[in-house]
Design a binder for this molecule. Sequence first.
Ligand code: XIL
Length: 344
Amino acid sequence: NSTLKTAFEDKFAIGTAMNAWQISGRDSAATKIIKDQFSAIVAENCMKSGRLQPEEGEFTFDLADQFVEFGEQNDMLINGHTLIWHSQAPRWFFTDAEGQDVSREVLIERMKTHIHTVVGRYKGRVDTWDVVNEAILDDGSYRESKFYQIIGEDFIKLAFQFTHEADPDAELYYNDYSMAEPGKREGVVRMVKKLQAEGVKIDGIGMQGHIGLHHPEIREFEKSLEAFADLGVEVMVTELDLTVLPSPWDDQGAEVSKNFDYEDKMNPFPNGLPDEVRDAFDARYLEFFALFLKHQDKISRVTLWGVADQHSWRNGWPIRGRTDYPLLFDRENKAKPIVEKLIK
Ligand code: XIL
């Protein structure tokens, strides 16, 4: 085995997110890595609703088209991310000419048009869709998004139905973060069971993998993986990246954020990682991949949220302007030692 994709070939697809530079061919070093190492791709931003339909009825498909063509030319599994999400959605979607919230009927109609147009365009070409993203909070309750406030929880069911209408063969997923949280786990299980009871087609659950060195507890992540697989759907690990920087939420949860010293935690390793942090990074990735391999019968795809550290959104989240090291390739686009360890 000399690449990630051959190493995991019989186990699960191994994917990466692609940014605009990579999709449009302006980052040839990353493009080469993507072709050599990965068997699946997802668009980091260009398929979000604000990008695809910035104004009502005005769709901009250029980048998304190139993204899908790239996947086809390289014989990759193509994942569409994401149709219905409260974030990176255009404001017009929820408001009328006076800036007031639209009615339930209008919002449903807009969801339908958006989904039918986007999914219809890539019918038979995009293999899987993240139909709904991040609709449930860590305590298992529904997020008070505009979709939820205006339509009610049925927006989820409707989104899945519209997607299925537009491409009956596409696989349909629910995707979310903090999936190791017991409350979130229960909320997602409850929601999926309800969809299943209503006869709605849902094929899988994507567990975003924005992890830290200490958070989440791997056993809790595993419990969620098992609980989701027990629903009879596929599980995917999506958006995997491992921050080595201290987070206001690490270990102790949101409560400590008030006492978090942002100044002090700004850029602890601007010149690269000390050995002990690098070792912890490798150990943490190995621990998670060992878990994925243990459950390879349940997992269809593991996707990294980007190729190389310099482009990772983690440099700007949850604190802007930091230097982070979350991915498998370094700022010179070289494979980190962890790649060798993973493919062995
Ligand atoms: C992030 C992108 O990586 C950034 O470039 C963008 O500025 C914000 O969104 N959960 C998701 C992803 O589902 O779409 C987000 O991607 C990260 C969190």
